[in-house]
Design a protein around this ligand. Sequence first.
Ligand code: NAD
Ligand code: ADE
Length: 418
Amino acid sequence: MEKFDVKDMKLAGKGKLRIEWAERNMPVLRMIREEFKKSKPLKGVTVVACLHVTSETANLLYTLKEGGAKVVACASNPLSTQDDVAASLVKDYGISTFAIKGESNKVYYSHILSALEAKPNITMDDGADTVSVVHTTHKKLIPGIIGGTEETTTGVIRLKAMEAKGVLAYPIIAVNDAMTKHFFDNRYGTGQSTLDGILRATNVLLAGQTVVVVGYGWCGKGVAMRAKGAGASVIVTEIDPVKGIEAKMDGFAVMPMAQASNLGDVFITVTGNINVIRGEHFAKMKDGAIVCNSGHFNVEIDLPALQKMSSNKREVRDYVMEYTVKDRKINVLGEGRLINLAAAEGHPAQVMDMSFANQARAAEYMVKMGKTLGKKVYSVPEDIDRNIAALKLKSMGADIDVLTPEQKKYLNSWEMGT
Ligand code: NAD
Ligand code: ADE
């Protein structure tokens, strides 16, 4: 058996059942898998996948393997691994996996290094940590790498910064930027699974609460929409005036965090930015306030500042750390790490189906076209994106109209007016 480091191999049976459960709701990825089985587009290619190790990810990894790839997996966050899935990947799918839920940052990075021992031809990231390791301490791997793919907004931002500084050494496909990824995964996936994480961790009733959503990008829109649907009053904070108007016209209160901080019962950060909730905000929060993050890194909430202001800290439930600040309690969920993957199971399979169909197609495209690409961040080709949309729509039992020849001609003309 290949090398691995997982929590407990005895969990494999449960993991396999959960992987198969997710598979039922991933029809587009299943279709790609059937095609890959025959055409083997990834034959001879080693993929190192640094992704959240979930039942949905297992279906992607299995698809890549069926396409002929050697696949090695590691976690893309210390708290997002599903240990039963990690065990099953090793035992039932023959995929070397290095991931343990709750691992320290040191073990997290040692797992990335273990995965990189496989000498990737393709890196597949969620947050760009593998690319970052390759470009700093493991540059010797670069000549063997055709290219990489990136799953999330924060990873794409990091990679575009590398491209701008001229340090990016191989092409990357920004899977996050596909329409069939961020319109759905970031919005509906994060919207539902973030609330799922908060509810599983705290069992609070959202109806009648004031929920402060920090950031009204794709994730923030989904979280605000679902919190409203659960009966909460929603306040949005933003730094972008256009997003601010959008939130206002969507019916939400919009104000700076300095004002929102003493009104909120539940605070959710989804900005991809650093220290968006700070000491001056904690100082004004209500007794019992709940604070959590669903952005990629655990930097959005200034936990060192909260720690400094607190006289005591204790874990009162799984994933709930209660800080005592003077006469008040402030509850931080999941150590400020993405709460949907820490306390719940991440996005449901139905939405990961499209995200991971894009990943599989991006890997196939990279093998075919990588040598012709520059050291840049590329979009998923539009025909791939639209084809995934068409397949998903069909799988959902819905259909759309087709342009008539007259309509096609009209849309390409200028002569006909008032
Ligand atoms: P986005 O760029 O669409 O939105 C981010 C928003 O935050 C922007 O509108 C920006 O103006 C706003 N913002 C930035 N700084 C702010 C501040 N100080 N105060 C208030 N608003 C601020 O990005 P997105 O796609 O919504 O992703 C947000 C984060 O969530 C990223 O870190 C991304 O990687 C992550 N993400 C997490 C999951 C998950 O499963 N939890 C899924 C997808 C994306
Ligand atoms: N990101 C958000 N949800 C996820 C999931 N279920 N699997 C992998 N990555 C995710």
